[in-house]
Design a protein around this ligand. Sequence first.
Ligand SMILES: [Zn+2]
Ligand SMILES: [Zn+2]
Length: 214
Amino acid sequence: MANPTTPARPGMTPTANEQDNDATGIGKTVPQQNAHLDLIPLGHVDPMVLSVAAANIQAVLGLDTDIAGNRPRPAYAYSSSRRQYNAVSILKNLALEEEGAPLKLGITPYDLCIPILTYVYGESQLGGRAAVVSINRLVDQQSQERTFDRIAKICVHEVGHVFGLEHCWESGCLMRFSKQLEQLDQLPLHFCSACEYEIARGLKRLLKNSIQAE
Ligand SMILES: [Zn+2]
Ligand SMILES: [Zn+2]
């Protein structure tokens, strides 16, 4: 992402690519290229929100992020009884796409739910290829900075699940589950060392698969 509106935050953990040189010793044969993700607005999303999300995904996860053109409201996922959008339907739809990057992150202004929960900030395919985030409940009317911070955290967290990471109990880890915004606001915008190791492994798998697919 060139020229992001909000740069990567200071104090951020090294990206997974930088980790290639550390003492973990995993996969020294990884080529110097980045894995890709498509960030897909489903309905109208403020371009600044898209830039912030893309910049943070790039910085924290080491994933090159392309911002796709605006898509229409995901009407196929609308539940008239709940007046919300079924996140699982959106994930299935995104995962079917053959064009573009191997990973897909939908971002939408509409409120999302899944059958067993009244709402979700985001939802993802564990170890799959798609995730979706709703900014609907993340907005802080008093603070645009806090709104951006929440959106960045949820986007990176959901992509973490796509990399196969489950929830983490470490208090200083972005993979910790946040039921409420207060909990989300307490989380750092980086992973604990164990989760970071898994992210690095996930990136290597992704690169290997995309090279084989060429
Ligand atoms: Zn989660
Ligand atoms: Zn963790």
